[in-house]
Design a protein around this ligand. Structure first.
Ligand code: C5P
Length: 291
C-alpha cells in the first residue's frame, strides 16, 4: 500500500504553562499542507522501518517504528510490517514530518490489515507516541490542546496558500521548549476561531507563535534568517512550531506568488529550500489511489 504523509504548519501556537510531567500546556492551530513524504507499507514477518534521509534513524529509533510497536501491543498483533519512507519533508523544520509518518502508518496499517480500529483507539495510540500525531489523525485543520494531543476540528478558508522557506537549520524541539519558560505571560493569547474561518475576516494579526523568540535564542542564525526574510517580504512571516520553517499564508494565491517571486532567485545568509503549497481539505486522506 502506498501512502502520502503531509507536512503541517502551526498558524497559531500559545504556550500556557509548564506541566508537572515536563511537557508544556499549549493551544495551537495546525493545518496539513501539500508537501508530502511518500511511504510504502507491506506485510512482513516483523516490524522494519527504512527511511531515505541520512539524518533520520532506520529501525527502532524511528517514530514510525514506535507507532507500529504501540499498535502491535495494543491489538496483540502477530503480523509485522515493513515501512519504506521517501523523505521530502526536512527533519528539524517544524513541519511535523515524523509525527505525520507515524499517523499515516497507523491509518495505513489499520486499513491494510483490516483491523477496524475506531478513531478513539487510533487517537489513544497516537497520543502515546508523540504530541503532534493526533493532529494528523484528525482530517483538515485542528485546534490542539493539552500537550497537543487533544484535537478539535477547526474550519479555515479553503484553501489557504502558503510559501515555505526552509533554512538549512535543524531545530530541536525540547531545546526550544526549555527556553520558552521566560516568555510565558499571565495573559495568554487565544486563537480566535470565528475570525479565522471566514475568508473576508482573514487577517495576519491572528498568526502567532510563542515559540518564535525562544527558537531565536537557541538558534541565533534562525533569527538572522527571519529578519532577512521580513526585510525582503511585504507580508507577515511566521515560524512554524519550534522552527526552522518560516512561512507566509494567505487566502489570496496572487499574494503568495508575489512573495515566491521575491525569494525564488535570492540568496540569503543561510541556504534555504522554497515551496509553494496549499492547505489540505477535510476530505483529504493519505491513501494513494492504485495506479
Ligand atoms: O511529544 P513529542 O515527543 O513530539 O515532544 C518532543 C519534546 O518537545 C518533548 O520531549 C518536550 O521536551 C517538548 N514538548 C513540550 N511540550 C509540548 C510538546 C513537546 O515540552 N506540548
Amino acid at each position: 500500500m502506498r501512502l502520502r504523509s503531509p507536512a503541517k504548519v502551526n498558524l497559531f501556537l500559545e504556550v500556557l504553562k509548564k506541566r508537572d510531567d515536563g511537557y508544556h500546556e499549549i493551544e495551537t492551530l495546525i493545518t496539513p499542507i501539500s508537501l508530502f513524504d511518500r511511504i510504502r507499507i507491506e506485510a512482513s514477518p516483523d516490524i522494519r522501518v527504512r527511511c531515505s534521509h541520512p539524518d533520520i534513524p532506520n529501525g527502532s529509533g524511528n517514530l514510525v517504528h514506535r507507532a507500529l510497536v504501540a499498535l502491535r501491543d495494543h491489538c496483540d498483533l502477530e503480523q509485522g510490517i515493513t515501512v519504506t519512507i521517501d523523505k521530502r519533508i526536512p527533519p528539524g523544520s517544524g513541519l511535523g514530518g515524523g509525527s505525520s509518518n507515524a499517523a499515516a502508518c497507523l491509518l495505513g496499517v489499520n486499513r491494510l490489515l483490516g483491523l477496524n480500529l475506531d478513531r478513539s483507539t487510533l487517537l489513544d495510540v497516537g497520543a502515546s507516541i508523540g504530541s503532534d500525531v493526533n493532529a494528523f489523525l484528525t482530517p483538515g485543520a485542528s485546534i490542539c490542546r493539552g500537550r497537543g494531543e487533544i484535537t478539535e476540528k477547526a474550519a479555515l478558508p479553503d484553501p489557504l496558500h502558503l510559501l515555505l522557506l526552509i533554512p538549512d537549520i535543524q531545530c530541536e524541539t525540547p531545546k526550544v521548549y526549555e527556553k520558552a519558560a521566560k516568555f510565558l505571560n499571565s495573559d495568554p493569547m487565544r486563537v480566535s476561531l470565528s475570525e479565522l474561518k471566514e475568508r473576508e475576516n482573514w487577517s495576519d494579526k491572528n498568526l502567532f507563535n510563542r515559540l518564535q523568540q525562544p527558537a531565536f535564542e537557541v538558534y541565533p542564525e534562525l533569527e538572522t534568517f527571519f529578519r532577512e526574510v521580513r526585510r525582503i517580504s511585504e507580508g507577515t512571516p511566521l515560524l512554524s512550531g519550534s522552527g526552522s520553517t518560516v512561512f507566509f499564508v494567505s487566502p489570496d494565491s496572487e499574494q503568495i506568488q508575489q512573495e515566491h517571486d521575491r525569494f525564488s532567485s535570492r540568496s540569503l545568509t543561510t541556504p534555504f529550500k522554497i515551496f509553494t503549497v496549499q492547505t489540505l481539505p477535510d476530505e483529504w486522506h493519505p491513501f494513494e489511489p492504485l495506479s
